[in-house]
Design a protein around this ligand. Structure first.
Ligand code: SAH
Length: 228
């Protein structure tokens, strides 16, 4: 038996409008899933768990989105959509031209809450990890933990991804894709990343907004890995 509290309990009653005895899927913080029957009482919401579901199958390609923190509430959009697109982890980046716009505390917690509700909404059990914001150099110093890192750069040599991606992804299980802020990456940042082993990639001659670029990259990678 488990008790659902706070937002979860509210959602069961007011959003999903569940009734006593209805079936519910419950996910624990480690991604374990259970099926159970709801017991709705006046002051609490509980579920009697009847069945444990198997573990989540690992994705063919684990995508880590390293997104420079954009202005305003755009990161909320990125968190939600990237969760739907199945990323494993989001690293908010503080780059030369992004750091100034990131000031408020408590944002990471907000993004984690959004990732959780987006995962629930789209039927994902493995909630993406959201790191604390990291500056560009610190991020570049971790590139060895990925099989491949792509830095999206509008000035990169243009080549059709349809042709180049299969070779780029061959043997790759864990990929990081980095997106710059509204003002783009500086040349120094690009040099630092390529020296650390990243590859720059162009998405063609049109400049996409930062929040569009990451989602396009995630969609392309999902497609290329055969998971769409
Ligand atoms: N300030 C730059 C564009 C920044 S767009 C300018 O006006 O020229 C924001 C980010 O989206 C970039 O840093 C890059 O990571 C990504 N991006 C946008 N369009 C892109 C393209 N055509 N190719 C590769 N990356 C792109």
């Amino acid at each position: 038996m488990v008790e659902l509290r706070g937002d979860d309990a509210r959602k069961v009653r007011l959003v999903l409008r569940k009734r006593d005895g209805d079936e519910i899927e419950v996910i624990d913080s480690s991604g374990g899933a259970f099926v159970g029957a709801l017991i709705l009482a006046a002051h609490n919401v509980r579920a009697r768990l009847t069945e444990a579901k198997g573990p989540v199958a690992p994705a063919a390609l684990e995508i880590v989105l390293a997104q420079a923190v954009p202005k305003g509430a755009k990161m909320d959009f990125v968190v939600e959509k990237a969760t739907e697109l199945g990323i494993a982890r989001l690293i908010p980046l503080l780059t030369e031209r992004a750091a100034a716009t990131y000031a408020r505390a408590g944002k990471t917690e907000r993004w984690r809450r959004l990732a959780r509700s987006a995962a629930e909404q789209c039927g994902r059990r493995d909630i993406p990890l959201i790191d604390e914001p990291l500056d560009w150099k610190n991020f570049c110093d971790t590139l060895a933990s990925f099989d491949c890192t792509l830095v999206l750069w509008e000035l990169a040599e243009r080549s059709a991804l349809r042709e180049t991606l299969p070779a780029l992804l061959s043997g790759v299980r864990r990929i990081a894709v980095a997106i710059g802020p509204e003002g783009g990456f500086s040349h120094a940042e690009i040099e630092y990343a390529t020296a650390a082993g990243a590859k720059t990639v162009s998405l063609g001659r049109r400049i996409l907004r930062t929040e569009t670029a990451g989602l396009v990259a995630c969609s392309i990678l999902r497609y290329a890995s055969g998971e769409l």
